[in-house]
Write a protein that binds this ligand. Structure first.
Ligand code: ZN
Ligand code: ZN
Length: 94
């Protein structure tokens, strides 16, 4: 089976563009001009990679122009965010 990252990278970019078109308010610091989409539940922890409900705008490598935080770095692979509504049991593990 092909690597899932390769398989979905194009679809992910499309989805990210859609997320950012709807809103560019960073879910981590709350400021505008987010330029990346963050998985509320990291894919590595079982989050859905291509589910719009699991993606929210966040500031990427350039950081936030308002407060200067590197939001995506700060969040790292932590779970959660303002829009987290799932009840998935991610501690169940594989
Ligand atoms: Zn931010
Ligand atoms: Zn900010």
């Amino acid at each position: 089976m092909a690597d899932r990252g390769e398989l979905t990278s194009y679809a992910y970019r499309q989805l990210r563009a859609r997320i950012l078109a709807e809103s560019d308010t960073c879910h981590w610091c709350g400021h505008r001009e987010a330029d990346a989409a963050d998985h509320l539940i990291p894919v590595s922890k079982g989050g859905a990679k291509l589910d719009p409900d699991n993606l929210a705008p966040i500031h990427g490598v350039a950081g936030c122009p308002t407060c200067g935080r590197k939001c995506n770095n700060e969040k790292s692979d932590r779970i959660g965010g303002a829009r987290l509504v799932t009840s998935v049991d991610w501690y169940a593990g594989p």
